[in-house]
Design a protein around this ligand. Structure first.
Ligand code: TZP
Ligand code: MG
Length: 208
């Protein structure tokens, strides 16, 4: 197979988060993000029953496929396989990348959250296809201390696989991120918490 095929698209990476969405459901949020031109959608939902998540993921998978948007499932390797997602995303305390690879095969993208240069270097050695780099700024969306812009600068200089800057990124500070030239940028609460998600995605893309 073609190794080049196994790469996430560059650009804006969106993540679901119904908690921040002011009453809108994940499917509505995804439709709005896609209307705004987002390149990648990750389904991340910590608090719903598995069966509800599966129904939503099937629907979002379909919407992403129809719109040519890259689709990644957080945490659930089995569901990623079930719906033939483009990728699966795991964290430092989840299944090891080498074991994920054995389960998902060579064609599915594997992403890993990293919070330090050591974790980033290890992720490359272990065969991650891309890494999350962050949280760059303080955030309440995830319970991990922020690591600062230095780590992003390290990644830009030293990491040869795609990496996504994440954590506390807003329209007002995105310039500090984009000048450091990450492969992609991810905003969660700024997008799904926006009054007008589509317009916010368009504004962020213009800012990048
Ligand atoms: N991983 C690192 S920070 C983060 C995740 C999932 C949350 C980022 O959310 P926000 O709302 O963009 O700060
Ligand atoms: Mg996880």
């Amino acid at each position: 197979y073609n190794r080049m095929k196994r790469s996430i698209p560059r650009g804006l990476y969106g993540i679901t988060g119904e908690k921040f969405a002011g009453g809108r459901n994940n499917i509505e949020c995804v439709r709005e993000m896609i209307a705004g031109g987002i390149e990648v959608i990750q389904y991340r939902e910590k608090e719903k029953p598995l069966r509800e998540k599966i129904e939503e993921i099937k629907e979002i998978r379909k919407i992403c496929r129809e719109n040519n948007v890259f689709f990644i499932v957080n945490d659930h390797i089995d569901i990623a396989l079930l719906v033939e997602a483009d990728g699966v995303h795991v964290g430092q305390k989840d299944m090891h990348i080498s074991d994920v690879r054995r389960l998902v095969g060579e064609d599915m993208i594997i992403g890993l959250s990293t919070h330090s240069p050591e974790q980033a270097k290890q992720a490359v050695l272990d065969g991650a296809d891309y890494i999350g780099v962050g949280p760059i700024f303080p955030t309440t969306t995830k319970d991990t201390p922020s690591v600062g812009l230095e780590y992003l600068e390290f990644a830009t200089k030293n990491i040869d696989i795609p990496f996504v800057a994440i954590g506390g990124i807003k329209l007002h500070n995105i310039g500090e991120i984009s000048v450091r030239d990450p492969y992609s940028i991810c905003l969660v609460s700024e997008i799904v918490g926006a009054e007008d998600i589509k317009a916010t995605v368009e504004r962020i893309k213009a800012a990048i």
